[in-house]
Design a protein around this ligand. Sequence first.
Ligand code: UD1
Length: 454
Amino acid sequence: MTLVEDTATKDNAKSAAGETLSIHGGRPLHGRVEVKGAKNLVTKAMVASLLGEAPSVLRDVPDISDVAVVRSLLEVHGVRVEEGDEPGSLRLDPRDVQSAHMEEIDAHAGASRIPILFCGPLLHQLGQAFIPDLGGCRIGDRPIDFHLDALRKFGAVVEKLPSGIRLSAPRGLRGASIHLPYPSVGATEQVLLTAVRARGVTELRNAAIEPEIMDLIAVLQKMGAIISYEPNRVILIEGVERLDGYDHRAIFDRNEAASWASAALATDGEIFVGGAKQQEMLTFLNVLRKVGGSFDIREDGILFRRGGDLRPVTVETDVHPGFMTDWQQPLIVALTQATGQSTVHETVYENRFGFAEALVKMGADITVYPHGLQGGPRRVPRRSLEQAAVINGPTALTGADITVPDLRGGYSHVIAALTADGTSTVRNVGILSRGYEKFFDKLTALGADFDVVG
Ligand code: UD1
């Protein structure tokens, strides 16, 4: 057993162990769920704590396995991680940071891709880093070339080993001028986490500007970093010699909020998502409205339900402020219930419609075009990214035996099974604990009828 499972709380231990669900569908979801800090910020803010010379406190940390992975990786590097002064907070003390053995790092890296972000902070603190082969959801090749190119520009020496990569910085790290070929979230974070303590100024062009990145910039500024955001995706970072700790409440998880919103639409239910905020969800809410969804924005969250019959829509996933790739899978389940033809273009990842096969097995009418519909110019010319899914609805869904492929695709499978008539067997649901806290408890609170059978 890995440390990931050891450190999980009872509920997530149950989720991780419960790999197979028997779901009895056809019942609308009704009730309230709370979303905590965003997976896509919390894990990065935890890594940022490595850069400080004093302890940090992170608040609203969700109990998900990606957090457990980062926690154990920090611990093997000598960071003391303990519960903070309120439930859901972590205190991270980096004052005894030390090198860890390759095998130990490898054993604790799990399936997460976050370890790649340890590069800059470890190079600053220890002069070297080892990053094991990376996991993450199987949604395409997910290369790390942008990360490694940027690190080399800072002066890092990258050595590829059979089990991962070893980095060193014999002459320290210097500010650099970096133009990302694509506004990658991870590569932008890599540059931020490395530049804040590099000597001199770093200019990052074509940066990703997702709300979670802006929140990471806020964390780094609290630590003492000097970062300015210029027009046209340019970020300037003036390196400083030392950083302190931070005290920060994480931005809410807009991906989880969007997931529950789509679940309300698909099952024709009504879900109040506590902690969801309008500002970071503007693009999603526009699409939801076009589809026939209704939302009631309140002080403490957003209530989602249908506003009438569901309508078809054409959407294209994109970097922020576009329609996020993580939102399309749950939305597609709702689109199987809309009257007419919808089209979803996926432009961020090359393999993110694999989950649709299970929906087709359940009765959905979805055709995936692996090379896109238009054959137009590619967003990244050297790579062929665009794919499309055409959904004809409404179709009745019926229970089936399906296996979860990845985090968001897996969520969609569960929602499809809850929408379907009859009983479904959904395997490999343990993967959902990577991004959804207390998932089974939330389903129960919403009135879902399911049994953990394996
Ligand atoms: C993050 C999010 C994920 C979200 C994605 C896009 C986390 C933990 N995950 O993933 O939920 O779906 O942003 O908003 O925050 N690429 C390269 N070379 C690289 C890096 C990326 O070609 O070195 C490509 C990827 O293959 C992909 C695209 O760039 O096609 C976007 O990837 P990126 O933005 O880096 O996603 P992640 O940071 O991995």
